[in-house]
Design a binder for this molecule. Structure first.
Ligand SMILES: [Zn+2]
Length: 229
C-alpha cells in the first residue's frame, strides 16, 4: 500500500494521536456531512479491548435502540451506535500498518454515520451496513492515495457486490441510503432498476455470502449475473 503519512511502526498512541485524526480529516474531506459528527475513539490493547467490548455488548444488546457494528479484520474494531463509541484493538506491530489504516477508516465510517441511525430510528441489516461501509472505506482511501492498488479489504465479496451495484444505482444514491440507513430505499432502487423481486433475490444471496464466506462461490456467481444486466 502506498504511504499514508505515517513514519515508522505504529503504537497505540500513534494510532490515537495521528492515524485517527488523519483518517477523520480525509473522511471529512470526502464526505463533508461528517464534519458535524462526533465520535468517541478508544484504542485499547487486546486484553482491555476484549474486556471493554464484551461489557459494552452485554449492556448494548439489552437496549433495542442501540446497535453495534463489527469488523472481522486482522486487527479488529467495533463501533456501538447511537453513541458512536468506536473501539479499536491494538495488537502490536505484528499486524501490517495498512490493516490498521483500513480498520480505523472502516470503523470511523460506522461511527460517523451513527446518529443518522438514531435520528431515523432505523437500523440496517449487518450485511448491508458492512457492505456499504467497506465500499465507502475504499472510496475514501483510494481517493486520498490516488490509487486503488493494494488496498486491503476485509469484505472483498461485499465490496465487489456494491461496486457492481454502483453501475446500476448512482454512488450518490448509495451514499444517501447509507447515511439514512434506509433499507427500504435500497430495495426500491433495486426493484425499479432490475425488476420486482430482484431485491429479495439479491438480499438472499448477499446474506448467504456474508454468513458463509468459505462457500460463497455459487451465490456470488448469481449476484454477478443479476448485477451484470
Ligand atoms: Zn464494520
Amino acid at each position: 500500500m502506498p504511504k499514508f503519512n505515517l513514519v515508522g511502526s505504529l503504537t497505540s498512541e500513534k494510532i490515537k494521536q495521528q492515524l485517527v485524526p488523519l483518517s477523520i480529516k480525509i473522511i471529512n474531506d470526502k464526505y463533508p456531512f461528517t464534519k458535524s459528527k462526533v465520535v468517541k475513539v478508544h484504542v485499547l490493547d487486546t486484553d482491555e479491548y476484549n474486556k471493554t467490548v464484551n461489557k459494552e455488548m452485554s449492556t448494548t444488546s439489552k437496549e433495542p435502540s442501540h446497535n453495534l457494528s463489527i469488523t472481522v479484520a486482522v486487527s479488529e474494531g467495533m463501533t456501538f451506535c447511537p453513541d458512536a463509541n468506536v473501539y479499536l484493538k491494538y495488537s502490536g506491530d505484528k499486524i501490517k500498518k495498512s490493516s490498521y489504516v483500513h480498520n480505523v477508516i472502516h470503523e470511523l465510517l460506522h461511527g460517523l454515520t451513527c446518529d443518522t441511525t438514531y435520528n431515523n430510528n432505523k437500523v440496517m441489516s449487518s450485511v448491508l451496513e458492512e457492505s456499504l461501509t467497506e465500499y465507502f472505506y475504499f472510496k475514501v482511501l483510494s481517493d486520498y492515495l490516488k490509487t486503488e492498488d493494494g488496498l486491503p479489504l476485509s469484505f472483498p465479496n461485499q465490496f465487489k457486490t456494491i461496486q457492481l451495484l454502483s453501475n446500476i444505482i448512482p454512488e450518490e444514491q448509495l451514499l444517501n441510503i447509507y447515511i439514512a440507513k434506509d433499507e427500504g430505499l435500497f430495495k426500491k432502487n433495486i426493484d425499479v432498476k432490475l425488476g420486482n423481486g430482484s431485491y429479495d433475490k439479491l438480499y438472499k444471496d448477499m446474506d448467504f455470502v456474508y454468513r458463509n464466506p468459505k462457500s460463497s462461490d455459487e451465490a456470488m456467481q448469481r449476484i454477478e449475473k443479476l448485477l451484470a444486466k
